[in-house]
Design a protein around this ligand. Structure first.
Ligand code: SF4
Length: 358
């Protein structure tokens, strides 16, 4: 299926749902110290979950500003969460990108990527198109479902690549049958930073609730999938009790890996989040974002607390921490009482290769 006609709602209105004039292909990705994948398959430009901490609009989408403006998106960052432009399906282009990835010599790949393609790195594979016209909505839903399923079938049947699904949406359940057909070549994971639905509503305003995500993770486990969890990013309001409860719930699922990182948010987004939280009646602790120093203290507290809790819950071997690169700056290292020990700790996290099912 190849569609050339954009399906857009009135460009004066917000949000904007439609088609992007470029095909969806497999591209190499730039994860640093995450051990998630070597390639990404991104189904759309924009993401309807609208997470307040998302780095994508600032580092990636902003580069497409000239193509976005005529569609009614003049500020990709401020409008983040209000536009989803589905990439088009071009089987020839997809197969060419798949072949290129498949032929890449292992010696040229970062080993921490596990020869995997991630769905997705700059959006979520399971989008909801809230288009005002029900017919358009149906078309976009159908095109989106097709894009994910057809591309996965081709990866499964025409390559030896692995696949990592990382989503916040229970809609992924509709593809569990396909995931199962990959056997150990596919891992399925969800972001579950907290069990608190009210907090998630502040930081991930349009994403499905943690309660629904936990249910989906349990269903994935019951379906025999290889499951991982990204406890990421956790929020400053996640105290030790909250972190423990989340880890205990994750332990029940028995995942292969539990990734964790604390939230890192840009100063200009803090006021927006505070305003949103006030409206929802949720108290926030945004002082941690005030200076690089206060954020560093918070981040190290969160990382080491999760590490300690994981040990007490017998999850230490599954825990894969993601300390931010800024925690390796000279300023931070020099502030440590034992810089050598601290650098060793950082290195052990940054060089870790996440486990892949056999
Ligand atoms: S789900 Fe991922 S891509 Fe989408 S807004 Fe949230 S962090 Fe960004």
């Amino acid at each position: 299926m190849k569609t050339n006609q954009p399906i857009l709602n009135d460009i004066e209105s917000n949000p904007v749902y439609g088609l992007w004039n470029h095909p969806a292909t497999i591209t190499s990705n730039n994860f640093v110290h995450k051990s998630l994948s070597n390639w990404a398959f991104n189904v759309a430009v924009g993401c309807g979950h609208g997470c307040a901490f998302c780095y994508v609009p600032e580092v990636a989408t902003i580069k497409q500003i000239h193509q976005l403006r005529p569609l009614g998106i003049s500020d990709p960052d401020a409008q983040w969460g209000d536009y989803v432009l589905l990439r088009q399906w071009d089987e020839k282009a997809f197969l060419a990108s798949l072949g290129k990835a498949e032929r890449t010599p292992v010696s040229e790949l970062k080993p921490d990527g596990n020869r995997a393609v991630i769905y997705c790195s700059t959006t979520d594979a399971y989008q909801v198109f809230r288009h005002p016209d029900p017919e358009r909505r149906k078309e976009l839903d159908a095109a989106s479902m097709f894009l994910v399923r057809r591309s996965l079938e081709l990866i499964r049947d025409h390559s030896t690549l692995n696949v990592r699904i990382l989503t916040r949406s229970p809609l992924a359940k509709r593809d569990f049958d396909l995931f199962q057909s990959f056997g150990p070549r596919l891992t399925f994971g969800m972001s579950l930073p907290t069990l608190r639905n009210d907090l998630a509503k502040v930081y991930e305003p349009k994403a499905p609730s943690p309660t629904k995500r936990l249910e989906t993770l349990k269903a994935a486990k019951e379906a025999g999938l290889h499951v991982f969890v990204a406890m990421a990013p956790t929020f400053p309001e996640c105290d030790e009790d909250d972190l423990r409860k989340t880890l205990e719930a994750i332990r029940e699922i028995d995942p292969i890996t539990i990734y964790h990182e604390p939230i890192n948010i840009r100063a200009e987004n803090v006021a927006r989040i505070e305003h949103h939280a006030q409206g929802l009646g949720v108290a926030l602790n945004t002082s941690v974002f005030a200076t690089p120093e206060s954020w560093k203290d918070y981040a190290l507290y969160a990382l080491t607390t999760v590490e300690r809790l994981a040990k007490t819950l017998d999850l230490a071997d599954k825990l894969h921490l993601w300390p931010d690169q800024s925690l390796g700056s000279k300023r931070v290292i020099d502030s440590m009482t034992d810089p050598t020990d601290y650098c060793r700790w950082l290195e052990s996290k940054w060089t870790r290769i996440s486990k892949w099912p056999k």
